[in-house]
Design a protein around this ligand. Sequence first.
Ligand code: SAH
Ligand code: SF4
Ligand code: F3S
Length: 479
Amino acid sequence: MNNVDLEKYFKPDLNQARKRSKKTVEELKFQLDDAHEKVGLGKTYKIDTYGCQGNEADSETMAGILELMGFAKTEEEHQADVIIINTCAIRENAENRIWGELGRLKAYKRQNPNLILGLAGCMAQEENVVERVLKKYQHVDIVFGTHNIHKLPEYIETAMFNKERVIEVFSREGEIIENLPKVRQHHFKAWVNIMFGCDEFCTYCIVPYTRGKERSRSKDEVIAEVKELVKQGYQEVTLLGQNVNAYGKDIKTDDYTFGDLLRDLNETGIERIRFTTSHPHDLDLKTMEAMRDCKHVMPFFHLPVQSGSNPVLKKMNRHYTKESYLKTLNELKETVPGISVTTDIIVGFPGETEEDFMETMDLVEKAQFEGAFTFVFSKREGTPAATFEDSTPEEEKKQRLYMLNDKINAGYLKGNERFVGETVKVLVDGVSKYDDTVLAGYSEHNKLVNFKGDKSLIGKIVSVKITLAKTWFLMGEAL
Ligand code: SAH
Ligand code: SF4
Ligand code: F3S
């Protein structure tokens, strides 16, 4: 497709995306235009998803919209009439994988010129990405961001029938769109968005720019969605937000916050409630007490700490110290006995010294995490930390990562060992990756459990007696 008039495109602008106003968030309802109902009849789509659970959930919405338009799902690339790549911008290596994939699809599009190729998600919200697509990736037909998934029918129609390239990315705070159709990945566990965006502006992070302002869905919408899932036979929901502990704080008409939501959802009849992710400085006693009192809220908490060094935490704009984090953590462990806690850690943040790193190691020791996602700092253009002085060689950062991972892995094992001899309840996901006579699923504490059993147990909650603990999983026998 040849388009020389670059001005007609709606391109992202990170400066614009940074702005936050006091305007109230608009709530809109999605409805498919009659004209778009049959666009996809006899055609197929494929969506490739990268990044976090937020993106997984968005892909389910895209699938829902495409199926309303008549498209059918395919996993076979060579059969697809529409391919959408839902991208992640969190670290450079995540982006590099996607550029590689786009490069590969260039040759593919030459063989199949009728294919509509779409680029969506967080990378699409970045100026430099869209510029590069415009210059070097002419085979991408549609670029749209995280704020306009509901406009997908229009974009597909334009690309398919007018043979025009569509580039529309909004760098704004965002609305809340309700009534979006979804085709869910699983039949017994579901993602449920409770809020969108992020206002934390951790200095290393691109998310507040790619996802807009923090905005909570109304409790009625969330509760209704969970009740509907119960009716459909779902066993587990995972509540999603970049900072679920801030839920409701943007709605000024009442003081209904995350703890209240947990209590209300506990009454819906859903068997298991999980959530991700939390910010330590918004985690309050009300939430901890709700977890203690609500039997359907799982005893598991992912509480990203990022660093154990106070100067680094300050430069990251995290609003807590090593000491206050540990205090919150202890309060959580006292309130919810036996809870399993995991975290996220970044090593090699600009200016992180050996001494700072040792503070992180010390915190990991004290916190007794039962797992962590660990990362080397990745420079994100447009964020404050991208301009911070960074003189630590990459090799040294990697050494720190290896050292940290050894400690984290010991925590994984210790966290698993405490269940040997115990009976745990496992929601069976499917067969094991390594052995298809073995079932795999997660316990209430979010431990991966493998045991022999019949495939008919998939989607059910089974009592399993744990016989062996390894670093990454538990083995057991169904009772
Ligand atoms: N909202 C979530 C995190 C989303 S991003 C939260 O605050 O917990 C997931 C993780 O990616 C972060 O916790 C952080 O550890 C890591 N991360 C984010 N930006 C990064 C960057 N620029 N370099 C390396 N890791 C990063
Ligand atoms: Fe990024 Fe911080 Fe927001 Fe998490 S809380 S998404 S790390 S800015
Ligand atoms: Fe990636 Fe965007 Fe999620 S940057 S981690 S897909 S919010």
